[in-house]
Design a protein around this ligand. Structure first.
Ligand SMILES: *[C@@H]1O[C@H](CO)[C@@H](O)[C@H](O)[C@H]1NC(C)=O
Ligand SMILES: *[C@@H]1O[C@H](CO)[C@@H](O)[C@H](O)[C@H]1NC(C)=O
Ligand SMILES: *[C@@H]1O[C@H](CO)[C@@H](O)[C@H](O)[C@H]1NC(C)=O
Ligand SMILES: *[C@@H]1O[C@H](CO)[C@@H](O)[C@H](O)[C@H]1NC(C)=O
Ligand SMILES: *[C@@H]1O[C@H](CO)[C@@H](O)[C@H](O)[C@H]1NC(C)=O
Length: 275
């Protein structure tokens, strides 16, 4: 009896507390939800917004015009039938700037090469040019009878040859290699058995388009780690030399990954001394 009397007021006291908690919780959900919605909307929620906002980091570019040149390549088309030539107007609207002695090509070394070029202003990769940086890591395609850009349900890199993403990278890489001049550097991966892959973009497009009328040399930096697999004597690198336009000098140097990382973080060190 005494216990019951004692319990009742406690229950009463607890009820407003529970009500308050539930209300507070709901309020928190609403606030978080709204904030999240605003943040997501504020960030690029459409493909076009991502494209434009990345493009606008390149001051003085007509990003609306570049977007239209991009879109016409694949919108309304079968996503397995977009040949690389469809991107000619895009490349014309945003050509890569020729950068003598600064061009950095790469194959299977994406992370280490971009870590380096981000921190040191002496080399530039395709992903540092306007088109490369705008479309890096994005997926897109069109659909017959539609004027939209899709980012899901698109063919993957190897699903069909002439897909919009692959054709873009082929076309942009060709333009990048065409613009190369002077001494060109290429970072290849020494932890895999075939550092030079004839079917990679580097092997099938870039190497073939380096022109001896402008390019003096190709300097391979073969990035090695403790578990070095291939070295500069590897036969695949002999195949690379055969592909080069006659008159382009070839060099290869094995360089520890840790040495490249150290050099990236040391702004005092001249880039030429990194390897
Ligand atoms: C949103 O835009 C920024 C550039 O302002 C870009 O760096 C970022 O990757 C974009 N977000 C997504 C999810 O693509
Ligand atoms: C080389 O390739 C291996 C295997 O794909 C990868 O784990 C490693 O990170 C690559 N090395 C560099 C320097 O990118
Ligand atoms: C190099 O350029 C010249 C003239 O611009 C051209 O005739 C030649 O075919 C080019 N070579 C290669 C390998 O692209
Ligand atoms: C390069 O690798 C081969 C095996 O792939 C090995 O026989 C040779 O000794 C290596 N050369 C050097 C300089 O490490
Ligand atoms: C070197 O190149 C050849 C032919 O391109 C390849 O088959 C071989 O496995 C490569 N790697 C090593 C470590 O010898």
């Amino acid at each position: 009896m005494e216990r019951g009397v004692y319990l009742l007021p406690e229950k009463r006291r607890r009820r407003p507390c529970v009500l308050f908690s539930v209300t507070a919780l709901l309020l928190v959900f609403v606030i978080v939800g709204v904030a999240l919605g605003v943040t997501l909307r504020h960030e690029n929620d459409t493909f076009q917004e991502t494209f434009i906002s990345r493009c606008e980091k390149f001051k003085g570019s007509d990003c609306q015009k570049i977007w239209r040149a991009f879109e016409q390549a694949y919108v309304g088309r079968d996503p397995c039938n977009v040949p690389m030539e469809e991107y000619n107007p895009l490349v014309a609207a945003a050509p890569p700037q020729p950068a003598c002695n600064r061009i950095m090509l790469w194959s299977k070394t994406k992370d280490v090469v971009h870590d380096f070029t981000e921190k040191r202003d002496c080399f530039g990769t395709l992903e540092d040019t306007l088109l490369g940086s705008v479309l890096d890591d994005l997926t897109w395609c069109g659909k017959e009878g539609s004027s939209e850009t899709f980012t899901t349900g698109c063919p993957g890199w190897t699903d069909c040859e002439k897909n919009p993403v692959r054709s873009f990278w082929y076309r942009a890489s060709a333009a990048f290699a065409d613009a190369a001049c002077g001494d060109v550097t290429a970072m290849l991966n020494g932890s895999i058995s075939t550092p030079f892959y004839p079917t990679s973009i580097f092997g099938s497009i870039e190497v073939k388009r380096l022109n001896s009328t402008r390019v003096k040399s190709l300097n391979v930096v073969l990035v090695t780690e403790q578990n070095e697999v291939a070295n500069c004597t590897n036969a695949s690198l002999k195949d690379l030399q055969k592909e080069l336009d006659k008159g382009i000098k070839y060099n290869c140097k094995e360089v520890e990954k840790s040495q490249i990382e150290e050099c990236a973080s040391d702004p005092q060190k001249p880039c030429g001394a990194c390897w």
